[in-house]
Ligand binder design. Sequence first.
Ligand code: UT7
Length: 324
Amino acid sequence: MRRAAVLGTGSCLPERVLTNAELEQMVETSDEWITARTGIRSRRIAGPDEQNYQLATRAARRALEAAGVTADELGLIIVATISPHMLMPSCACFVQAELGAAKAFAFDLNAACSGFLYGLDVAAKYIVADPNMKVLVIGSETLSARVDWDDRNTCILFGDGAGACVVGGAEGRGIIDSCLLSDGSLWNLLYMDSPASTNPDLLDPKSKGCVIQMSGRDVFKYAVRAMEDVVRQLLERQQLAVQDISLIIPHQANIRILDNLAERLGAVPEQIFCNVNKYGNTSAASIPIALDEAVREGRLHRGGKLLLCSFGGGFTWGSMLLDW
Ligand code: UT7
């Protein structure tokens, strides 16, 4: 059976490493607190020639090379991001121009930390409609430009980076099923205001501007429960047990969320991929960066089952099952 499958992966992390020790000099925090409460030890921070679209393009080139696909073969480019360097044109259009992907249409997708999963799902649907289509799905963020560096509740958590996948039709492997959800009524637990605007709805004198604001403890609780639910739904629908899954790649937000999720699902630690210690929370980029690392570390084998799951601002959340 022909399905939409990941043909190649790539990622790109900025050079600059920001350690917990450096954060101790910036806000009232400690390496001990950050490590114990989040599992994060360092994160990457983009420099001047590491704009969102530049990280995205570098990740894309690596994914194209791994897939053996040329830019000219691409029919669609999707960039999942909440931190484009410009609101218009989209980051995806910049990537399209950088790659010279003359036959591709391109757009950004905003579903916060679930953006990459949503993007993969859109790609899969296009490929079902046109099995010869090749789609580039990228998750890319420069969240360091969207963080209040005086707010210790958030600035210790986030990092920059990009991950990419080339998706195309393949025989006997690929995306089996997905379950995507959202609940906009809880938007104010995790959000980022718009840039300055004359729109009266957006004129809030108390606004801190375009920075991430989060009620961490609430988000934590929703994240664990929602991801557990959405993974269980998918497993039930496919009549699989968690033991049937070779690798689970959850959105990398906090080691305690990953541990909680594993415990609730009855998964063993070896089944859960984790790199939040190195990169922090890179929102839409976290799953594709982790996927690329998992591939390059040899953690995925043909015939194995891969499960992706995410939770983020919106709220948005979801799960996806693939035959690798
Ligand atoms: O990607 C989208 C999804 N995002 C997430 O999944 C994030 C989910 N939330 C979390 O990961 C955690 O809630 C945080 C890491 C954000 C916070 O951890 P927590 O264990 O929930 O801490 P808390 O917010 O309940 O705060 C506990 C204490 C507070 O002090 P008091 O009020 O008890 O005196 C905070 O002020 O820790 C304090 N605190 C800090 N202390 C040192 C908060 N941030 C820091 C800090 N350093 N950086």
